[in-house]
Ligand binder design. Structure first.
Ligand SMILES: [Zn+2]
Ligand SMILES: [Zn+2]
Length: 252
C-alpha cells in the first residue's frame, strides 16, 4: 500500500514543469500584469516588461569590494583608502531615477507584488555566492514595518529563495538581525552623522560564530547601514559579511 502511494505521488518533472508553465500562462491571461513603467501588459509574470527592463541601467564594471559602478572592475579610491567592513557588495543595477521610481512603488506605495519582480531582476545574472552559509534580511524597525505592512528585504530574500536553489533564507531560530531603534534615512546625512546614527542600531540573535553571512537588502546607497550590520555580525564572531541588493548608488 505504501509502495503504491509513493509511486502514485511520484510526478514526472517534465510533466510538472509543463503543468506549471500552462498554469502561469493561464494566470497571465486571467490576471495580466501591467508594467510599472509603461503600463502596458507585460505578457510575463513580471511587473516590468522586457523593453523597460532592458532600459534599466546595469551596474557595469563595479568595484569588487563596495560595488560602486563604473570603476573598470578595480578597487575604487574609497576602498583603496579604507576597505569597508563588508567583504563585498553585489548589485546588478545602478540606482538611478528609474530604479528609484520602482522602489517608491514597491516600498512606499505598498505594491508587495514587486518583491518577486525585484528578485527576478536581481537574478538576471547569476549571483556569485560561493560560500555564504547564512542568508539574512536587513531588518526594519518594528514601527516602520508596521506602517509599511511588510519588510521588503525579507520579502526579497523569500522570493530569491524560491527562485534560486543556492539561496536559502536562514530560519530565524538559527540566526537573525533585528533593529534596536529607528535610524531614519541616511541618504542626506554626513559620514559622521551616519556613523553616530547607526552605532549600536542592530542586534544579532543566534550563533553566527565562524559563519559567512549574506545579507539581502533592496538598495545600497551609502553602504553605512550595510557596514553597521557587518560590524555587529563581525563583533558576534561572523567570519565574513557580504551584501546583496538590487541597486547601488554611484560614487558621489
Ligand atoms: Zn514597460
Ligand atoms: Zn569600492
Amino acid at each position: 500500500m505504501k509502495a503504491i502511494t509513493q509511486r502514485s505521488l511520484k510526478v514526472n518533472p517534465q510533466f510538472a514543469s509543463a503543468v506549471k508553465a500552462a498554469a502561469c500562462r493561464a494566470l497571465d491571461y486571467l490576471a495580466p500584469q501591467r508594467c510599472v513603467y509603461c503600463d502596458q501588459l507585460s505578457h510575463t509574470s513580471e511587473a516590468v516588461c522586457e523593453v523597460c527592463r532592458d532600459a534599466l541601467c546595469p551596474n557595469d564594471a563595479p568595484c569588487p569590494r563596495c560595488g560602486v559602478p563604473g570603476v573598470d572592475d578595480h578597487l575604487c579610491p574609497a576602498c583603496l583608502k579604507q576597505p569597508p567592513l563588508l567583504h563585498s557588495i553585489t548589485a546588478p543595477y545602478e540606482y538611478d531615477a528609474a530604479l528609484a521610481y520602482f522602489m517608491h512603488r514597491w516600498k512606499y506605495l505598498g505594491e508587495q507584488r514587486l518583491s518577486l519582480t525585484a528578485a527576478k531582476l536581481m537574478l538576471k545574472e547569476p549571483i556569485y555566492i560561493e560560500k555564504v552559509e547564512y542568508w539574512l534580511a536587513t531588518p526594519l524597525h518594528w514601527r516602520r514595518e508596521l506602517r509599511r505592512g511588510f519588510n521588503q528585504s525579507e520579502d526579497l530574500l523569500r522570493a530569491l529563495s524560491a527562485l534560486a536553489p543556492s539561496i536559502k533564507a536562514t530560519p530565524a531560530k538559527l540566526a537573525r538581525l533585528s533593529r534596536r531603534r529607528a535610524t531614519g534615512s541616511q541618504a542626506h546625512a554626513t559620514r559622521r552623522e551616519r556613523l553616530s546614527n547607526l552605532k549600536g542600531a542592530f542586534r544579532v540573535h543566534g550563533n553566527v560564530q565562524g559563519r559567512t553571512i549574506g545579507i539581502v537588502d533592496d538598495v545600497c546607497t551609502t553602504a553605512a547601514t550595510g557596514n553597521a550590520m557587518a560590524e555587529t555580525l563581525l563583533d558576534a564572531g561572523a567570519a565574513e559579511v557580504h551584501l546583496y541588493c538590487l541597486a547601488r548608488t554611484p560614487a558621489r
